[in-house]
Ligand binder design. Sequence first.
Ligand code: MG
Length: 397
Amino acid sequence: MRTAAVIVAAGSGIRAGSGAVPKQYQALGGVPMLARTVGRFCAADGVDAVQVVIGEGQERLWDGLGMVHSKLRGPCLGGTTRQISVERGLAALAADAPTHVLIHDAARPFVSAGLIARVIDALAKADAVVPTLPVASTLKRVRGGTVVETVPRDSLEAAETPQGFAYAAIVAAHAAAARASAAFTDDAAVAEHAGLMVQTVAGDPGNIKLTTAAEIAAADGRLAADEALRLGDVRTGFGYDVHPFGPGTAVMLGGIAIAHTQGLVGHSDADVILHALTDALLGALGDGDIGQHFPPSDARWRGAASRVFLADAAARVKARGGVIANLDVSYIGEGPRLSPHRDAMRASIAAIAGIAIDRVGVKATTNERLGFIGRGEGAAAHAVATIRLPLLPPATP
Ligand code: MG
């Protein structure tokens, strides 16, 4: 074992608001903050084990994250201060005997692979490493609402995490700080107190610490906006299909069998609704049509369940890095009556396409007894699909 990471997540999050959920378990862009932070370290090259320190009574919240990774150790419980929590996290790694350890705050979920690598690299030549950033604001020492002095900032830098240490050295430093009843707000200070030389590396301005409810809300909004922008290539496709009625006792529509006085006739199960939706998705992708991907001349598709076609089109959207925004279909036929089956068809289509049911519309009309549909010779479906594809191609490494 070379390098382990301790992620400190034991806070009750009082500063982030009075919500029942501690801040490290609040969602950012749909993913809990702690899951984001832990995920970054599990994914980082050069990190061999990840030890999370959770708060007492937060075991269920942690379990609720459902985090599984080969590097991830079972969580240990923290204490009443950050310093005690770190000490316990370090102790939990004793059996692994790592040579180095990174100590990181759960409240910095945007830590980059580059920063983690910078800290690990610097540990080759130093026993203590802290990422720092120049201080941009002018600093005032204030007492009782009055400025006492302006603090020169030319040699001042702000410390971030992860901070990296030789494991044995930081364990000893924490023990010394505890013996001296000395309280520190970061581990570099614990190391300084023990007389370790602390080396700096360039911090990352994107590695922000989310402390207040407003900061969490702002980060959540930024992620949502990023996602909207990322999938900003919005496309719409149209699909049409028709099948004749023939002998039978049921029709397949929207992936479910609906009792009827006739059946619909086709090479596959003749589900006009799923066929029109499939063509709408393929149209949005500019990727041919159902006949091209599933030619009627191919015996494999004889009697096929049409869910296969729609699922394939949905998979093509996913393969392009996109999402389906909505699917909408209109059935035109003199029967069967679809309104009693509308929600079952919506649920079926949503399940096949892998989207939420509120993104699926199903409507039906007769043709007022006009034309071939009006004479009951067949039924048709018109469909529209809207998809969102990445605005930019994925970055090449
Ligand atoms: Mg068809």
